[in-house]
Design a protein around this ligand. Structure first.
Ligand SMILES: [Zn+2]
Length: 700
């Protein structure tokens, strides 16, 4: 054996087989000086002496010596690619070791202080720094190695490189250490009597999630439920210099599980409350606060004032108390109708608010939770300054107006991530323009409309009654959509109505009556309908197009006190619903589509310019012909005349999806009325020159 060899002759050593060469080399045992005796069943070694055993006198459990055995434990984190295959477990330092300690009930030590040195009363190493405040290695490491050598417990030494965490701010290396903390017990009965939804915070939270809260979208329910179902106790304390203090006093010399460890005195608590009420939370840090608060009831020298601060999530989780409960304009029952935030807040604000409220008011602080996705660029990429794909809200507002931005939100499916960019905004602006045109048409047609012009729904033509039916349908869609925060659904329904039912159908047909009729029943009916529509469309869209609808409203109802935002959605009578009429007009609109298609062919071929130049013939079956006979089909098709024939035309125009309807094109016969541009045989035969009978009457 060489002189510097640490092994003794005939010594039996247990090490990982794979590492033998490395270990014996480090021990300076030549390769021909050791032999393998055999494999050892791990269960053969139950416990080992602590290497510092008997270095310091004292009882095994007094915490100030190492006079105990340490158990052999199977650690999944221990590998056989370096060292000996055995690792000393220090459950107070490092996550793997801590988990082992918890699993096997190892005692936790508190030997390392906040400044990175051993506690001063620790034998052998007391006060020595492991890391200096500058982040350099202190003398403790060398001392421990020396003590191991002195105890005859050091076979070899070498240097290993460990990746270890560093402070993100100072870049100094960090030491993992266990510290006592304050917890909110999740599974212990709260003991406040607010047990309607469970006795523990966890029970109350899970019941709230299932029974008391509406989740938008519903997937949020599962996210929070599984998080709360599996979460450990809530660590409330933090060791930071700033924050809201925990406001606890603990008895000096008492252990945390002693009944008198925490000072529980309602008088003291009230004094703390009063002081905070008057001076704010900073009162806790004023010199002499402990003496003032404990007063004559308790000896200040017998109590520690706890300077830990509360987890900031406790602060945010408490918003319901000071926003909804502790103020005159809060909610009646202290609960929120809705908490709204991004999807990342299931582990944040929704979560901490739920726990805090279940501990303080016995249930969730909210009746609804809405989560939204995050905003991405047009291609679905995360926005970043370096990519240059950011869309700043203030820029959109400056260029297009805030209503465009709002409309973009309303059009988007916020339950997923939302996309925004120049092309998408162009589409939004186009939708906006079409809605604006719809409102402008109504405003123009309603000028000087008075209550004297109003017509009862039952006295209106079928076309107006059909639109009332659509309004009644929409009323339900809009109310239900808003109640569910389905802004996209509301917008799509109203937008489809404005573009398909109004611009391309109703307005198109009724333009003639509105512009050219005299004071006819038909025109009165149309204007009454427009008035009813105006009140609904403006109020329905006001939550989204805040400025535009206000502008539209004030155009009709000017005044300092006037505002669309002070007007409720009008009640829509159920009697407006008329399914039979809707079915009948669905048929009429199908026929109209074939006529429009036939005219479009002639328009493209430049045979006609306007549809009023046409007088087509429509071929249908008898049942359809009977239906068409009950309505002014020429008006509906915006032609000067139309004739309906039963049967089939061999070369008629058809649409594939409208079987049984054929249209033969023909030019309208007669002269063009100078006023309404209809081409009719009677133009020029009336008192006023160059006009049709209707226009002649209007002029008289
Ligand atoms: Zn005319």
């Amino acid at each position: 054996m060489p002189d510097d060899c640490k092994a003794q002759p005939n010594e039996k050593i247990v090490i990982a087989r794979k590492l033998e060469a490395e270990v014996f080399k480090a021990m300076r045992v030549p390769a021909d000086c050791y032999t393998l005796l055999g494999d050892v069943d791990p269960s053969f070694v139950l416990s080992l002496s602590h290497p510092f055993r008997d270095l310091v006198e004292g009882e095994e459990d007094d915490g100030n010596n190492w006079n105990f055995d340490v158990p052999m434990l199977p650690g999944d984190h221990v590998t056989d690619d370096a060292g000996t295959g055995f690792v000393h477990t220090a459950p107070s330092h490092g996550d793997d070791d801590y988990q082992m300690g918890v699993k096997f009930n190892l005692p936790m030590t508190y030997n390392v202080m906040e400044d990175g040195s051993y506690r001063t009363d620790l034998p052998l190493f007391g006060g020595q720094a492991i890391l200096t405040p500058e982040g350099k290695e202190g003398p403790a490491n060398v001392s421990v190695i020396k003590q191991l050598a002195y105890a005859g417990a050091l076979f070899a030494k070498g240097k290993l490189k460990h990746s270890y965490p560093h402070s993100w701010r100072s870049k100094a290396p960090l030491i993992y250490r266990n510290t006592p903390q304050w917890f909110a017990a999740i599974d212990r009965p709260v003991g406040d009597g607010l047990d309607t939804y469970g006795t523990t915070i966890r029970q109350r939270a899970l019941t709230s999630i299932d029974k008391l809260v509406t989740w938008t979208p519903q997937t949020g329910r599962n996210r929070l439920y599984s998080m709360i179902e599996a979460r450990p106790d809530w660590v409330l304390s933090r060791q930071r210099a700033w924050g809201v203090p925990l406001t606890c006093f603990t008895k000096i010399g008492a252990k945390p599980d002693d009944p008198d460890f925490l000072l529980r005195d309602p008088v003291v608590n009230q004094r703390i409350l009063d002081a905070f009420e008057a001076e704010g939370a900073d009162a806790w840090y004023v010199q002499g606060f402990k003496e003032k608060i404990l007063g004559n009831q308790h000896d200040p020298n017998a109590y520690n004032q706890v300077f830990d601060i509360l987890d900031v999530w406790f602060d945010s989780g408490s918003t319901h108390a000071f926003v909804l409960r502790d103020r005159a304009d809060g909610s009646v029952d202290g609960l929120a109708d809705l908490y709204l935030e991004g999807t990342d807040q299931h582990r944040g604000w929704f979560h901490s608010s739920m726990l805090q409220a279940c501990g303080t008011i016995g249930r969730a602080p909210y009746r609804g939770v809405l989560t939204h996705g995050f905003t991405l660029d047009e291609k679905g990429m995360k926005m970043s300054k370096s990519l240059g794909n950011t869309v700043a809200p203030e820029k959109v507002i400056k260029e297009s107006g805030a209503d465009i931005l709002r409309l973009w939100v309303a059009q988007s499916d916020y339950t997923a991530d939302l996309r925004i960019g120049p092309e998408i905004l162009k589409g939004v602006a186009d939708s906006y323009r079409r809605l604006r045109n719809t409102m402008r048409f109504m405003l123009g047609s309603l000028a000087d409309f008075t209550e004297n012009d109003r017509v009862a729904p039952q006295d209106m033509p079928e076309l107006e009654q059909l639109m009332l039916h659509r309004l009644a349908e929409l009323d339900a869609t809009v109310r239900e959509g808003y109640a569910k925060y389905d802004f996209q659904g509301v917008f799509q329904a109203v937008f489809a109505f404005a573009t398909i039912d109004l611009s391309a159908f109703y307005f198109d047909i009724r333009k003639d009556a509105l512009y050219c009729d005299g004071d006819t029943a038909q025109r009165r009916a149309a204007r009454t309908l427009l008035d009813l529509m105006f009140h609904r469309l403006t109020t329905w869209l006001a939550p989204v197009l805040v400025f535009t609808m206000e502008e539209v409203w004030l155009e009709r109802y000017p005044g300092e006190e006037s505002s669309v935002h002070l007007v409720d959605f009008p009640d829509t009578p159920g009697t407006w619903r008329n399914e039979a009429l809707a079915a009948k007009w669905a048929l009429i609109r199908r026929v109209r589509r074939v006529v429009t298609g036939a005219l479009e062919v002639q328009r493209t071929a430049k045979v006609i310019g306007a549809s009023l130049e046409a007088a087509p013939t429509v071929w249908v079956d008898q049942a359809t012909a009977d239906v068409l006979a009950t309505v002014p089909l020429a008006d509906i098709c915006i032609t000067s005349a139309v004739s309906v024939q039963v049967g089939a035309a061999p070369d008629g125009f058809t649409l594939e999806d409208v079987p049984g309807v054929q249209v033969d094109f023909a030019m309208a016969q007669g002269e063009k009325c100078d006023r309404c541009w209809k081409i009719l045989p009677d133009v020029g035969t009336h008192a006023h020159a160059g006009v049709c009978a209707r226009c002649d009457a209007a002029l008289s």
